[in-house]
Design a protein around this ligand. Structure first.
Ligand code: PHE
Length: 344
């Protein structure tokens, strides 16, 4: 009998290793009423004498081990997700699709902007969001107490004894222009992407935080025409190939001359609608030729080099592109809003 116990034990271990039986067939073969273990117990009744103790012990060990193996086979089956009838997968079951997330519309538009400019040879730079007055204002030719500082309501972090050392949340990404020109000499052809802050009441059209992309191109012989061509190309890539652009004179302390860039309204194709307030044009960016004072502040000789710069709000471009009428939607993480940008 001891031999038989040993043989059954070896066979059961082999089944476990090779998973050659599922848990139910295993149970029928070894553990059920008509199974091999029961036969052994029947046989055991006839055993007598000295050997009985040893056989009894081995039989109990075998029983415990068979129970264990049965449980392991059961666990293995549920892991592989097979059916109760066998360990084969049920290939007819319908697929349960995974819930797939979507990119945030601002991310989509940012990626598109970066891509369009990358093709024109612009690399991407970043800079700090907590900035000193020098990089955010003074180096950009904002005179002390000049009303232009008021154009951008500033969140101050720390007031210093000397104004240029004040710490603040940057109000535009133009601070990166200065940092870039400080450590890199022309040719410079970069866009600067990031978050900016302004002390504005939150409404459908304004927020205290938003995102900008700014561009800077400094080299020998960079002209206003290069600025126009670059932004014209961008507008066509972003809003469609029939898009026109229009430049209107404007003012920024750090550019001279300065211009606002409008694009022809791609909703009504210039005929007049709510988005363009019936003018046929929508404003997308500020721009201009880098003021010689800014170049000087960064130790770049304005006699030798010229440059252009432009800046735009990613939220604004996104709202125009997708006809979104409330800026707050971008920051609320409402899944019903975000879901609509699937696959764009
Ligand atoms: N920094 C300006 C702004 O926020 C935009 C701009 C950038 C204008 C570069 C001209 C040139 O508002």
């Amino acid at each position: 009998m001891l031999e038989k116990i040993k043989d059954i034990s070896i066979e059961a271990e082999k089944i476990l290793q090779e998973r050659s039986l599922n848990h139910e067939d295993f149970r029928l073969k070894f553990l059920s009423r008509k199974g091999q273990l029961n036969d052994l117990f029947d046989e055991f009744k006839q055993v007598s004498g000295e050997i009985k103790r040893q056989v009894g012990q081995n039989l109990n060990l075998l029983k415990n081990r068979l129970d264990e193996i049965h449980k392991e086979l059961q666990a293995g089956n549920s892991q592989s997700g097979s059916t109760a009838q066998g360990n084969k997968e049920d290939l007819t079951l319908p697929v349960i699709p995974n819930a797939v997330g979507t990119l945030h519309p601002l991310t989509l538009v940012r990626k598109k902007i970066v891509e369009v400019f990358a093709r024109m040879g612009f690399n991407t730079e970043e800079g700090p969001e907590i900035e000193s007055d020098w990089y955010n204002f003074s180096a950009l030719n904002f005179a002390e107490n000049h009303p232009a500082r008021e154009m951008q309501d500033t969140f101050f972090v720390e007031k210093a004894a000397v104004q240029k050392d004040d710490l603040l949340l940057r109000t535009h990404t133009s601070n990166v222009q200065i940092r870039l020109m400080e450590y890199k000499k022309p040719p410079i052809r970069s866009i600067m992407v990031g978050r900016v802050y302004r002390n504005e009441a939150i409404s459908a059209r304004a927020h205290c935080q938003f995102h900008q992309v700014e561009g800077l191109f400094v080299d020998k012989n960079v002209s206003f025409r290069d600025l126009k061509d670059t932004l014209f190309h961008f507008a066509k890539e972003m809003f469609g190939k029939n898009t026109k652009i229009r430049l209107r004179p404007s003012y920024f302390p750090f550019t001279e001359p300065s211009a606002e860039i409008d694009v022809s309204c791609f909703i009504c194709k210039g005929e007049g609608c709510n988005i363009c307030k019936h003018t046929g044009w929508v404003e997308i960016a500020g721009s201009g030729m880098v003021d010689p004072n800014v170049l000087k502040n960064c130790d770049i000789d304005p006699e030798q080099y010229t440059g252009f710069a432009f800046g735009m709000g990613i939220e604004r471009i996104t709202m125009l592109k997708y006809g979104i009428n409330d800026l707050r939607l971008f920051f609320e993480n409402d899944i019903r809003f975000l879901k609509q940008f699937k696959g764009i």
